[in-house]
Design a protein around this ligand. Structure first.
Ligand SMILES: Nc1ncnc2c1ncn2[C@@H]1O[C@H](COP(=O)(O)OP(=O)(O)O)[C@@H](O)[C@H]1O
Ligand SMILES: [Mg+2]
Length: 262
């Protein structure tokens, strides 16, 4: 069970800070970016200091979903070798911080080795300043994503009930499970028809993981399919700002409530 422990006195000594969470999926278009934003927003509403970093270097779109026009972004930092701290921008509507990506700036898969080392080092440093650092990854499970995940404290895999999403998520979990440092895997079922249907979808991925990998991923939360998600994305406004009581918004808030330790 993922529990969010704050103000860990040993944070500085940790090789992999526990408070860096990567949001992954295997497949694209499942709602990773929307979930990353709404999860960050809900954590901020609970008083957590949150940094959301766009790790989808090829098709970055956190800034678009939030209606931000960043003058500096992750690519600015990577190309010029300036501290990531300097490209952080505030999302005033959500009261959390953002590192935007830049669409078309090349994908993570082609990131030079030196830039990757720099990025990991910088994220680890920033983790000391925040309660949570969230990284919204692009689709896929290439070597660069695997390398980046070496600094992850938690991984959240977003899944829908489509067989393609389930297969890709399983492949992702399998690859990550095969690595030396076993990373805690958490599942978000997104776009569930009902909470019950979401539980069944989790049951499917749980069964295959237990049967073939002998591992049980943690069910972090179930988010219902909700037309107001699309409405808020089209308005480029966080759903917790424009439709805070929408079913999908309530589902994310409940998920956050459950992981915050009292
Ligand atoms: N809970 C939901 N209910 C309805 N539609 C959703 C939900 N979550 C995501 N979507 C839709 O899925 C689309 C893709 O979301 P996005 O966050 O860009 O996915 P990804 O980052 O995984 O590629 C969004 O444009 C939105 O219309
Ligand atoms: Mg995305």
């Amino acid at each position: 069970m993922l529990k969010m422990d704050l103000k860990d006195p040993n944070l500085e000594q940790q090789v992999t800070p526990k408070n860096i969470y990567f949001i992954a999926s295997g497949k694209g278009g499942v709602g990773k970016t929307w979930f990353s934003i709404t999860f960050s927003h809900a954590l901020a509403q609970q008083g957590r200091k949150v940094l959301l970093c766009d790790g989808d270097l090829g098709l970055a779109n956190i800034d678009i979903q939030l209606g931000l026009t960043p003058e500096k972004d992750l690519t600015t930092s990577l190309v010029n070798h300036i501290d990531l701290k300097q490209v952080i921008i505030p999302c005033s509507q959500g009261r959390f911080d953002v590192i935007a990506g830049r669409s078309g700036s090349g994908t993570l898969a082609t990131l030079p080795f030196q830039s990757l080392v720099f990025l990991k080092d910088q994220l680890k440093k920033l983790a000391l300043d925040y309660d949570v650092v969230l990284v919204d990854l692009g689709a896929g499970i290439g070597p660069t994503i695997q390398s980046l995940l070496q600094i992850a404290g938690q991984c959240i895999v977003v899944i829908t009930d489509e067989p393609t999403s389930l297969m890709d998520a399983y492949a992702f979990i399998k690859v990550m499970h095969g690595r030396e440092n076993k990373l805690p895997m958490n599942i978000i079922i997104n776009q569930a028809e009902t909470l019950e249907a979401g539980k069944r979808t989790y049951g499917t991925i749980q069964q295959v993981c237990e049967k073939f990998l002998k591992v049980t991923p943690n069910l972090l939360g179930i988010i219902r399919r909700d037309p107001l998600v699309r409405t808020s994305i089209c308005m480029q406004t966080p759903i917790l700002t424009c439709h805070p009581t929408a079913p999908a918004a309530e589902d994310v808030k409940r998920t956050v409530q459950q992981i915050i330790s009292y």
